[in-house]
Design a protein around this ligand. Sequence first.
Ligand code: SF4
Length: 317
Amino acid sequence: MNNRFVTYSPAYTVVPTYECFNRCTYCNFRTDPGKSPWLTLTAAQSIFKALQNQNVCEILILSGEVHPNSPRRQAWFERIYDLCELALSMGFLPHTNVGPLSLEEMQRLKNVNVSLGLMLEQLTPALLKTVHRHAPSKLPLVRSQQLQWAGELKIPFTTGLLLGIGETEDDWWETLEAIAQLHQRYHHIQEVILQPHSPGSQQTFDAPPFNPHKLPEVIFQARQILPSDITIQIPPNLVKDSQWLLACLEAGARDLGGIGPKDEVNPDYPHLQVQVLKEILQPAGWELIPRLPVYPQFDNWLSVELQTAVQSLALRP
Ligand code: SF4
């Protein structure tokens, strides 16, 4: 029986810089400002060249943040823009997730991205006193405004919740309701990621991993709250037990996100590769199929140039 589908995106992550002016205590990614050399276009070109003919569709541009008022912000943004443009010119579809952007920055990135992303994480302001105490970008209102701007600009968008960073269960439902409401207004959210906190070797936040046994329950409830045209995504490398991975699918998750050589956000948790995932999923009647970083219902929101890039990849579930 192979009549149920789960998607993933054949992806490669490039990191313009690991430097970040925020200090989220659960972070396993950042370095201090000035301590991470920026990725050059020449180095990126070599990476992209090596990826051609490897069935990679998505280039995920994931970066630490330079402060919006920093004199280096413009150069940081231009590097990100140029990396997207380069990826596009070499046959890939960029998806950028680099923290909160100004409206103008978002508008410009729309020209060279098929979708953008930003985790809402949790809307509760209580976390500003704990894990986000030194993370000005994690102001809930700033983040929900990003989702609103994306809607106004007609940008297909990926967002999500980080689970197990000190929030309550009611906080989950409130955050999901907020996403649902924004989507009902703009119809622009393509996926919601439910990411369980998974402790890594660099973080200072001393808390246990999110209980994987709880994840199917959260997914089930999220499925009730979110409109049916939003796909629920879970990162399979953070749901180690294959029985629980299957339970997450039974509860309503239908996408496994970008699968590539390394999970830059959770470097202690290697991605399960596609063949391994297929071996887990197939016996339970799930077929794993590739998808692009933009869902088909959003194609007509893209520029002609981006639509052509999408069509040339001709890869659709
Ligand atoms: S989680 Fe993101 S925003 Fe927070 S410190 Fe790490 S890189 Fe910066």
